[in-house]
Design a protein around this ligand. Sequence first.
Ligand SMILES: [Zn+2]
Length: 69
Amino acid sequence: MRAIYRCTICGAYTENSIHCGSPAKLVIDGYLRSKLSHLMTYLLRHNPKVINLLMDNEGWVGIDELVTQ
Ligand SMILES: [Zn+2]
């Protein structure tokens, strides 16, 4: 999985290390992004109760709920 960078000029998030003609700031490297993705998939798809995530009746979880857990 590719790293995510934030442009120091326009503030956009991108997978490119150069944006707006300048080096962008690394936010998360590809390895950690992949690990985080797998963790979120596990929690949301398979076992939300392990961290007491509150889902609504349609299976949605608020981003604030997910981030603070
Ligand atoms: Zn930019």
